[in-house]
Design a protein around this ligand. Structure first.
Ligand SMILES: [Zn+2]
Length: 167
């Protein structure tokens, strides 16, 4: 066998060698065809991967747009909340001030012996509570002996008191 092949190489005119050549080319062609087919398969796979990546990228872009929209909405909500919060704080401040005024008047009235009518009047007129109220400033209602620190309040009260007494 080995001898036989050596003989062929030594003599290129042997017919067997000429037959062998086209077979060798065919092998090369077959081999190249396999390689081309493999490359085509690879290219197809890469194309599919590229399509997949493109679709993922467009989904991602859509998510980014949604996130940006949500962020814009959040900013609007945040601004509204800040405005509402400031309004609430202002309201609480006003209510606290009114409450403190009422408390001051109630304590003033219990000290000076006035009544709720006077307290309400003081609040609506936004008078400063009189803390220097002393016995000498106080005028008494002749009917019920409640004390008042100013003439106007006393007059109003006495009128009411008279009405009640008549009823
Ligand atoms: Zn009275």
């Amino acid at each position: 066998m080995l001898q036989d092949e050596n003989q062929k190489e030594k003599d290129p005119h042997i017919l067997n060698e000429q037959e062998h050549k086209p077979v060798h080319l065919q092998d090369q062609i077959n081999c190249l065809e396999v390689k081309v087919s493999e490359q085509e398969k690879l290219l197809k796979e890469q194309g599919e991967q590229l399509l997949k990546l493109n679709s993922q990228l467009s989904a991602f872009n859509q998510e980014v747009r949604m996130v940006n929209q949500l962020k814009a909405q959040m900013d609007v909500f945040e601004t509204n909340l800040t405005v509402e919060k400031e309004a609430s704080i202002k309201k609480i401040e006003n209510l606290t001030q009114e409450l403190n005024e009422l408390r001051a008047i109630v304590s003033l009235n219990s000290a000076c012996g006035s009544d709720i009518d006077y307290a309400y009047e003081a609040v609506t007129a936004k008078e400063e509570p009189k803390t220097d109220c002393t016995k000498s400033d106080i005028m008494l209602c002749p009917i019920c002996l409640l004390g008042f620190s100013d003439m106007h309040s006393l007059e109003l009260h006495v009128n009411n008191c008279l009405d009640k007494a008549i009823d």
